[in-house]
Design a protein around this ligand. Structure first.
Ligand code: CTP
Length: 211
């Protein structure tokens, strides 16, 4: 299979030194890319700003903002059989970005934002027989929210995790997730390394590939 994975946060710059972003470190997406390459799949990894090394055998494309990530996904998707959107895409960007560092005296106490496109929904018309996998990192009811996003974004599989637990979610090497598909009952996995979560997602993709 040719697998396209996104990972990490996006940064939405206000000026060259300030940005809006989130706590994603890219570990889960890089683990998926590593698991896929280990199994002999061709992997393209679109990475937001993270400090992780590229897993062996993986082709990496670095991006900064959600708009950059959308552009990279649109360019690379046609050559791939599956898209795994693990990136924590920022939903909003500053309405205006300054080319020069803003002076305190030029700044307003309220930031004007505008919405970023939803990458999964934007590329949905290109889906065809491809498998689309999303993530739902939640602090509320992970399963209910994940079910909603699975349907709303037209996904084949969504990975739900509760990011309020210290051993799951952001910045740690372990995760506790539930795999939710449109056709099978939810499959809760025990606490495991992110690499093993990546391997479980790969097994699912290998079982369901249509191309
Ligand atoms: N996603 C995306 N484009 C965005 C935001 C999210 O493609 N602009 C993808 C994520 O990569 C993830 C899935 O959609 O695979 C769910 O992301 P999440 O941030 O949990 O959902 P949102 O759609 O942002 O919904 P909400 O803010 O209501 O939780």
């Amino acid at each position: 299979m040719q697998i396209l994975v996104t990972a990490g946060p996006t940064r939405e710059h206000l000026d060259p030194v300030r940005f809006l972003s989130n706590r994603s470190t890219g570990k889960m997406g890089f683990a998926i890319a590593q698991a896929a390459a280990e199994r002999g799949h061709a992997v393209t990894l679109i990475a937001g700003p993270v400090t992780l090394p590229t897993p062996p055998g993986v082709t990496r494309v670095d991006v900064v903002s959600a708009l950059d990530m959308l552009d990279a996904v649109q360019r690379h998707l046609p050559q791939h059989d599956a898209l795994v959107m693990c990136a924590a895409v920022a939903d909003w960007r500053p309405a205006r970005a300054s080319a020069n560092k803003l002076k305190k005296s030029d700044m307003q106490p309220v930031l004007m934002l505008e919405p970023n496109p939803d990458i999964l929904k934007t590329v949905r018309p290109l889906k065809g027989a491809r498998l689309f996998v999303g993530f739902a990192a939640e602090t509320g009811d992970p399963l209910a929210e994940a079910q909603r996003k699975l349907a709303d974004k037209g996904l084949d599989l969504i990975i739900a995790n509760d990011v309020t637990q210290p051993d799951a979610g952001f910045a740690v090497d372990t995760n506790r997730v539930t795999l939710i598909s449109a056709t099978e009952p939810p499959a809760g996995l025990p606490l495991m390394s992110k690499l093993d979560v990546g391997r479980a997602i790969l097994s699912w993709l290998e079982r369901h590939v249509r191309a």
